[in-house]
Design a protein around this ligand. Structure first.
Ligand code: DAT
Length: 200
């Protein structure tokens, strides 16, 4: 795993059959996935897929779990729903879990990290119950999503990004934009090289 969004370290040629990359933005609730995804979508032009919203909208679940106060995800329905869109490339996917998706879908997996006290305030502002706040803070302390990402994707494409303040947010947007531009340039270069080779 890398904690730098350096294209030299993270761009994987094996994943470059798509014309534009798919990026997964994951992390504990409240770390800033939706905010970052929206801003990155505006700056790169790639559409933002808010999976949590999609699950509710298209009923990609098996009902509501009262105890955990969350929807019980139907993994197969979710993967079927997204398969075509993700196979074509060029999406920013925002979800608090990452192991449900096929590994082949993503060119970059960003795991947002937030300090506990900051995360606590954000979840409290959101009106979460004490139980739900504690669960999420524990999950952040034990790096549950980061470990999940490292187990589910190639180490080179998993990058953790701090998301404590506005400066972090701005820097993360700029780095994603730069990374996407580099990725596209590499793909174009590779395609022209392949075209040249086939003409010879
Ligand atoms: P998530 O989608 O991970 O649940 P969010 O994007 O809804 O998180 O953000 C939760 C709240 O925290 C929201 O009010 C925006 C704020 N926030 C997120 N990231 C931030 C950052 N890096 N700096 C300041 N505020 C941030």
């Amino acid at each position: 795993m890398s904690n730098s969004l350096d294209p030299e370290q993270t761009i994987q040629e094996a994943y470059m059959e798509r014309q534009t990359p798919n990026i997964l933005i994951t992390g504990t609730p409240g770390t800033g996935k939706t905010t970052l995804s929206q801003l990155a979508s505006e700056s790169t032009g790639l559409p933002h897929i808010n999976v949590g919203e999609l699950v509710k909208e298209k009923s990609l679940h098996q009902g509501y779990d009262q105890e955990f106060q969350s929807w019980i995800l139907d993994d197969d329905k979710l993967v079927d729903e997204l398969e075509e869109t993700l196979s074509s490339g060029g999406n920013i996917v925002d979800f608090h879990s990452c192991e449900v998706f096929p590994e082949r879908w993503f060119d970059l997996v960003l795991v947002l990290r937030t300090d506990n006290t900051i995360l606590y305030d954000r979840l409290k502002d959101r009106g979460y119950s004490q139980k739900k706040i504690t669960e999420n803070i524990d999950s952040e302390i034990f790096q549950v999503i980061l470990e999940e990402a490292k187990e589910s994707y190639a180490a080179e494409i998993v990058v953790d990004l701090q998301s404590n303040n506005i400066e972090d947010m701005q820097s993360n947007v700029a780095r994603i934009e730069e990374w996407v531009e580099t990725w596209k340039a590499r793909t174009n270069e590779k395609d022209s090289q392949e075209n040249l080779n086939t003409k010879h």
